[in-house]
Design a protein around this ligand. Structure first.
Ligand code: UDP
Ligand code: MG
Length: 316
């Protein structure tokens, strides 16, 4: 029996490349089906992440044109990760395996064959890993590299050069659904789930149309989410810094008391000025980082839904 494969594509304002993407995927699916690699019930699912342009209309058009396409409309822009989860959770009941891929098809769809082979061979998770970053702009390259290095230093072990292009089996997605946290950082979380996994290498292409939907603000939020949802190391580092400074201040207090008794104390404006500023800023930074975690705790205790599905474009 061949695999019922669902492809999940989060789409945020992707009207410029969606038709082209759909045409390429349709061709790919036809070839896979012909080769007996996927079942006829396999589908391509577009998750409209509250797009403000014609994305929703195009998805509906595609859905009407071919039973291969289906769609999920989120009620507002929930972000890439949440759109992905919405897609995975919507697909899991009907699919044997789901592959998530970006709507701009920067990731090579020909890696799907190899992913399927690894799945058939018993892998529950197959990560798509890019060969290099030559197609990225300078800013993206530097920020991405810095981000992954920093994540690693902070104790979150992601798969290097893996974005959200991956295959997951039904049971792996079902396991993922058991994680109750609101702030799901998939790239960090999935490798901790266990299950047999493997990687498939592919080349990244230029974005075929439109611009990156990851604004610098969204990238920053993504990075902070990733770090704070995976590691309490920043808090520990601050505690350690505080402890070391406490030792230093203890020594200097003893020295000052000694100098007071031997009558050597002189009003040292500069040193006090520097110390006050230094400690003040360090404290503010520490409070900020702790606040960041308390903010997460606050959000997590609310157990807010990660997304709302406004409508579905679905055939049984
Ligand atoms: N995306 C989304 N919601 C957002 C931002 C992005 O669903 O708020 C989708 C976007 O449509 C695309 C994928 O996430 O399918 C990756 O975004 P993009 O290609 O713009 O990022 P980049 O490749 O530049 O990192
Ligand atoms: Mg892209």
């Amino acid at each position: 029996m061949s695999t019922v494969l669902y492809l999940v594509l989060p789409c945020y304002n992707e009207e410029e490349c969606l038709r082209d993407t759909a045409a390429k995927l349709k061709e790919k699916y036809a070839a896979l089906e012909k080769a007996g690699k996927i079942d006829g019930a396999s589908k391509i699912m577009f998750v409209n992440d509250g797009s403000a342009d014609g994305t929703g209309k195009i998805i509906e058009e595609l859905y009407r044109s071919d039973s291969m396409f289906c769609g999920v409309n989120l009620s507002t822009n929930c972000g890439h990760q949440n759109a992905l989860i919405a897609g995975l959770m919507s697909a899991v009941s009907d699919a044997d395996a789901v592959i998530s891929i970006d709507a701009d098809l920067q990731q090579d769809i020909n890696a799907i064959d190899e992913m399927l082979e690894k799945y058939e061979a018993g892998c529950d998770i197959v990560y798509g890993v890019r060969n290099d970053r030559s197609s990225d702009g300078f800013f993206k390259k530097i920020t991405a590299l810095g981000f992954y290095r920093f994540m690693h230093a902070m104790g979150c072990h992601t798969i290097s050069n893996h974005a959200d292009y991956r295959l997951m089996s039904k049971r792996a997605i079902e396991s993922l659904s058991e994680y109750g946290e609101v702030n799901l950082f998939l790239r960090g979380l999935i490798p901790t789930m266990g299950y047999s996994s493997d990687v498939v290498y592919f080349d990244v292409k230029e974005r075929q149309a439109g611009v990156s939907k990851y604004t610098p603000g969204k990238m920053l939020r993504f990075a902070i989410d990733g770090i704070t949802s995976f590691s309490i190391r920043p808090i520990r580092m601050i505690t350690l810094a505080g402890f070391i400074m406490f030792i230093f201040s203890l020594i200097s207090v003893i020295q000052t008391i000694y100098e007071y008794f031997v009558g050597k104390t002189l009003p040292g404006f500069a040193s006090i000025y520097c110390a006050v500023w230094f400690i003040g800023s360090l404290q503010l930074m520490a409070i900020g980082i702790i606040g960041e975690y308390i903010g997460r705790i606050y959000m997590e205790t609310k157990k807010r839904p990660r997304y709302h599905i406004e409508s579905r474009l679905w055939r049984q």
